[in-house]
Design a binder for this molecule. Structure first.
Ligand code: BTN
Length: 320
């Protein structure tokens, strides 16, 4: 039985009897009972009460593929193919494993849960069911490796733009593309690619945004984090639509004009600007002085300005 259909029937948080659920789903009560047990896979707590039936405590609002498509701007609707999954190991891996030749310019995959969500530098991305945003966008990109550094930076800008459209939160970017709000991480980006400069690249941009997360779910997160939900003035679904709109707009422009068209905007949300930083695991430390045209972080050290292309930045004093 389709778990999504069962969850949708229970989404209002009210009690529904086993026979009502069975009739609506066209299955026996025994099949309903079995399927309810399987909702544990999604960490969903189903309460049962004699005579009243079953309910999903607190209800839930799942992303709906057709509603989401209708929320996109009409131009973006023509450029993307969209798929919403209930659960997957990793949306990035799903796109990497699938055929990347498709008719739309961008292939977008969202999941309500990831069982092996991955973050940068081999970290795990904690991905509980039905609350946050786990999204990957696949597309082809022509050009040399120099295009790739800028790419991961402009994706961060798309996230900041969407947050600003849907909230009053003061979102900033911690180089290269972590999205921070009030000194804590709200979203992360993982760009993965296949190919080479001569044939072009198949890019997968993975985006994780913490929207609502309980302390229990977040217990394993090993850095300061914040959930965007408390700042949002729209539903998660509307926010996702704005996110896709902004991503497509930014990527379309980046493919024509490159990073130069975005440097000013990036500087305006640069969390590290003028702060004392160090590159973890290296001897590079000094004052951050923004980015250059290739997207490298500029750090004024005792030996002059160094351009850093990769690495994790720590900020002193211990604010970030
Ligand atoms: C980071 O460490 O900051 C990057 C996190 C990226 C997480 C997203 S969630 C959707 C996509 N699928 C994954 O497995 N990872 C990315």
């Amino acid at each position: 039985m389709d778990a999504r259909a069962l969850i949708s029937l229970l989404s209002d948080g009210e009690f529904h009897s086993g026979s009502e659920l069975g009739t609506k789903l066209g299955v026996s009560r025994a099949a309903v009972w079995k399927a309810l047990g399987r909702l544990e896979e999604f960490d969903l707590e189903v309460e049962s009460s004699k005579g009243r039936g079953y309910r999903l405590k607190g209800g839930i609002h799942l992303l709906d593929q057709s509603r989401l498509t209708n929320l996109l701007s009409s131009q973006v609707q023509n450029e993307v193919s969209l798929e919403v999954l209930l659960s997957v190991d990793s949306t990035n891996q799903y796109l990497i494993d699938s055929e990347l030749n498709y008719e739309a310019n961008y292939r977008v995959v969202l999941a309500e849960q990831q069982t092996s969500g991955r973050g940068r530098r081999g970290r795990t991305w904690i991905s509980p069911f039905g609350k946050n945003v786990y999204m990957s966008v696949g597309f082809d990109l022509q050009g040399g490796v120099e295009a790739l550094g800028g790419l991961s930076l402009v994706v961060g800008l798309a996230v900041v733009r969407a947050i600003k459209e849907c909230s009053t939160a003061d979102a900033q970017l911690k180089w290269p593309n972590d999205v921070w709000i009030e000194g804590k991480k709200a979203a992360g980006i993982l760009v993965e690619l296949q190919g080479e400069a001569t044939t072009g690249w198949s890019i997968v941009v993975g985006l994780g945004v913490n929207v609502e997360m309980s302390d229990k779910q977040a217990a394993e997160i090993d850095q300061p984090w914040v959930a965007l939900g408390q700042y949002l003035s729209c539903e998660r679904e509307v926010f996702v639509a704005r996110l896709i709109d902004q991503l497509v707009e930014v990527l379309d422009e980046f493919r024509v004009k490159g990073l130069n068209a975005f440097i000013q905007e990036w500087r305006e949300v640069d969390l590290l600007h003028d702060r004392e930083v160090a590159i973890v695991g290296s001897d590079i430390s000094g004052k951050a002085e923004g980015i250059d045209e290739s997207g490298a972080l500029l750090i004024r050290t005792d030996d002059g300005v160094r351009a850093v292309n990769a690495g994790e930045v720590s900020v002193r004093p211990h604010e970030a």
